[in-house]
Design a protein around this ligand. Sequence first.
Ligand SMILES: [Mn+2]
Length: 196
Amino acid sequence: MRKAEIIRNTRETKISLSLNLDDSTRGTIDTGSAFLDHMLDLFQVHGGFSLNIHCDGDRQVDMHHSIEDIGIVLGEALIKCLGDKKGIERYGFYFVPMDEALARVCIDFSNRIGIVWRVKLPSQTVGAENMDAHLFEHFFKSIGENARMNLHIELFYGEDNHHCLEAIFKAFARAVAMAVAPSRNVLGIPSSKGVL
Ligand SMILES: [Mn+2]
């Protein structure tokens, strides 16, 4: 089983997170934002992963530190689960429509950081907490940098922020699921260099 447990405590956030890529038991997610909980639940369900998160963050400021630090820890957990990346597909991609919105996510667990965020959300806030929708760019940047990924996220169109972000999270989950799946074609580490 590829799994990781990480605890990270700072003056801004206290986070405990566990991720299991080979178990689809639905975990408990409590980030302090019901909207972010919903998005991360979509990630575990659509990826076929088990994710538990508890975050006690400085929400009296805003969700900025919490969402950024959860991204850091989730990125660290992903890379920890993958180890030397032997036998995995390495690349993953997915298009997901959500009613009027369409998103595409392409990833490479390349050990070379490169994040492209081509997303123009239709409104500035989202969720019952009126979270700044711009924070989701920081979130995916934190994941990509800490999982040392090449991560391309695009939103082609969409009129409802909830739908747009839902399409992005589902596409991300399914792209990760594809990339971490056992490779049908490549034996060993999926790189001509022999190291990733
Ligand atoms: Mn929803």
